[in-house]
Design a protein around this ligand. Structure first.
Ligand SMILES: Nc1ncnc2c1ncn2[C@@H]1O[C@H](COP(=O)(O)OP(=O)(O)OP(=O)(O)O)[C@@H](O)[C@H]1O
Length: 253
């Protein structure tokens, strides 16, 4: 049997005396779209930071394609095929849209920013960046400073930056936060398109997005996963209704 894309075993994280992640076991299959939902402060971002080695676990293991990530740096994990976005828009606003993506491509290949001039004319990089811009519907905006894009377009660019290195495990932290309904629909379609055939792990508060995109959902409450399963099973789970979903679905109306 082939290894899961991502496997967490006995994962814990404490800050001082506060135990924030309290023993998580989770397998995420290849090409699965997996949403992590739960109330504010449940530990979702902390879990993302543990998976990507921004935080050291207090206990437990994280495996990517069967390989233990212990002791690796975030950039090493990135080059093993895991790429994440952040809650806050994370682009270079003064650089052009195209340069933002090209920069991400360069970085993923291990070049330093100061080497730009050497590879300035690289057709391969230009074509690669344009192919990503095409995927995220920003080809027509390629020469504009990224900071002049609309908020939704900036988040789309950020998704482009996240996928630029060709990672097969994509982690998105609240990709539709702060968006209108139409922007949310736009970004949801985009995520669906760019994660085709890849593993997606997403933290998201918008239940429309979660139920529209996810093959599997895990519900995190006070640092523990209280349910994992198909959307219809999670939706009907009384434990989940009580701890989170009842309130979250009500908030949408
Ligand atoms: N570096 C840190 N040091 C101390 N406590 C932290 C740190 N990072 C997070 N916490 C605490 O861990 C808890 C979980 O925070 P986290 O941001 O992971 O929750 P979340 O589920 O992502 O919340 P939200 O949905 O609001 O983004 C919070 O009580 C937070 O204060």
């Amino acid at each position: 049997m082939s290894a899961a894309a991502l496997e967490l075993r006995g994962l814990k994280k404490s800050f001082g005396k506060a135990e924030i992640i309290r023993g998580i076991d989770l397998s995420i299959g290849k090409s699965e779209r997996h949403a992590i939902i739960g109330p504010n402060g449940a530990g979702k971002s902390t879990l993302f930071n543990l998976i990507t080695a921004r935080f050291m676990p207090t206990a437990g293991t994280v495996k990517l394609h069967g390989q233990d990530l212990r002791g690796l740096q975030p950039y090493q994990i990135n080059r093993m095929g895991l790429s994440r976005s952040f809650q806050i828009t994370n682009i270079f606003p003064a650089m052009s849209v195209f340069e933002n993506v090209r920069c991400a491509l360069l970085w993923s290949q291990g070049y330093k920013y100061s080497f730009w001039n050497l590879v300035n004319n690289s057709r391969r990089l230009t074509e690669g960046a344009d192919a990503i811009l095409d995927q995220i519907n920003l080809l027509e905006r390629r020469n504009l400073p990224a900071g002049t894009l609309s908020y939704a377009e900036q988040r789309a660019l950020e998704i482009g930056i996240t996928i630029a290195g060709g990672a097969d495990v994509i982690m998105l932290d609240e990709p539709t936060a702060g968006m209108s309904h139409s922007e949310t629909d736009y970004i949801t379609d985009l995520i669906m398109k760019v994660t085709e055939g890849k593993t997606l792990i997403m933290v998201e508060h918008d239940m429309g997005v979660v139920f529209g995109l996810a093959d599997q959902i895990s519900v995190l409450v006070y640092g523990e996963i209280i349910a994992t399963g198909k959307p219809e099973d999670v939706r009907g789970d009384p434990k989940v209704q009580e701890a989170y979903l009842g309130a979250a679905l009500e908030a949408e109306h």
